[in-house]
Design a protein around this ligand. Structure first.
Ligand code: PEP
Ligand code: MG
Length: 364
């Protein structure tokens, strides 16, 4: 006989029937994706692909890719990284069989991957790998540094200046989806462009994504469905949502960066003044934890309105930290009308409960 459902399981089923917004999870590995599924996530709202690059056996290739001035060395590094990406993506599709997996193309400033200048052993090894002297290597590393890396060469700016990296990633995604489908998995790839501020940036990257996917389809004689969407995390993207919605298949708010750039507060340095702001009543809550309804929230609402004026059924979610905060979930569900929130796997049950609570509150 089938096992009796536990009380908690039954309760969570009711919770899911009541809520009006989907709960997805942020996950970067097949294990995280499996955990997310276990906790009831109905998809992955954000795969941060850069996390896959930090693995010890890959970082040497990533460093070569960033610093290389020769086409052959660039190609060698890309060829070595592709199988890793492909197997990671395939594992995530498998864990999320039948549910969407939103994969974000490379986002962080490239120099985050580079070794420190005091790390002599690593510098020695990398310089011989790349047939350079240590002095030459140090010069290359220094020239990659930026004064304001969070406002620098990251997100789609990377993809536009180094298209070969994006081609490798998209090839990995599409080949993984085709392999997964061959193995009976219903793979649903959603490819997401980060840090878009102008529709022209989205257009450039979406064209590259589609051309790369077409190349893989032609080579393999197979095809699969995929969508190309964008993060909305720069105020300029929010303000021009009507333009971007014409071309993007979905939106996902990066509420961490959107908060940073709307307030002009560094998300990495908030400890220096936010406690004092809270003591003085300038801020009631930390805006990086609970969505700032009056400011960032207004921007989110107008983006949704403008985006859906162009495309009434545009899928719009949020994948910043706020996606797992109960008060923010209520705002996203009841006030902003988002399709989904996405949060870390262990917060999924809390977000499901918060979503049901919000729906109950709305109905009165
Ligand atoms: C965000 O900015 O909210 C986001 C989800 O992306 P990241 O935190 O990786 O910048
Ligand atoms: Mg971001």
């Amino acid at each position: 006989p089938p096992a009796m459902k536990g009380d908690l399981e039954q309760f969570m089923e009711w919770v899911d029937e009541i809520k009006e917004i989907d709960v997805l999870a942020n996950a970067d590995t097949p294990d995280d994706a499996a955990e997310a599924r276990k906790n009831g996530a109905v998809g992955i709202g954000l795969v941060r692909t850069e996390h896959m690059f930090f693995e010890p056996e890959r970082i040497g290739q990533v460093r070569q890719l960033i610093l290389s001035k020769s086409e052959a060395q660039t190609k060698e590094a890309l060829d070595n990284l592709l199988p890793y990406q492909r197997s990671d993506f395939e594992g995530i599709f498998k864990a999320m069989d039948g549910y969407p997996v939103t994969i974000r193309l490379l986002d962080p400033p490239l120099h985050e991957f580079l070794p420190g200048l005091e790390d002599e052993e690593v510098l020695q090894k990398l310089s011989s790998q790349m047939s350079m002297t240590v002095t030459e290597l140090v010069e290359e590393i220094k020239s990659a540094a930026e004064v304001n890396p969070m406002l620098g060469l990251r997100g789609c700016r990377l993809g536009i200046t180094r298209p070969e990296i994006i081609e490798m990633q998209v090839r990995g995604i599409i080949e993984a989806a085709l392999n997964a489908i061959d193995n009976g998995v219903d793979a649903i790839p959603d490819i997401m462009i980060p840090l878009v501020g102008k529709v022209q940036e989205f257009r450039d990257q979406a064209k590259l994504v589609r051309a790369t996917a077409d190349k893989v389809f032609e080579e393999t004689g197979k095809t699969c469905k995929y969508r190309v969407g964008t993060m909305i995390e720069i105020p300029r993207a929010a303000l021009t949502a009507h333009e971007i919605a014409k071309e993007a298949d979905f939106f996902s708010f990066g509420s961490n960066d959107l908060t940073q750039m709307t307030f002009g507060y560094s998300r990495d340095d908030v400890g220096t003044f936010i406690p004092e702001y809270k003591r003085k009543g300038i801020l009631l809550d930390d805006p990086f934890v609970t969505v700032d309804v009056e400011g960032v929230g207004q921007l989110i609402k107008s983006t949704v309105k403008n985006g859906r004026e162009v495309k009434p059924d545009l899928k719009i979610g949020v994948c910043g930290e706020h996606g797992g905060d109960p008060r923010s979930v209520e705002f996203f569900s009841n006030d902003a009308g988002l399709s989904y929130v996405s949060c870390s796997p262990f917060r999924v049950p809390i977000a499901r409960l918060a979503a049901a609570h919000a729906a109950t509150k709305k109905k009165g």
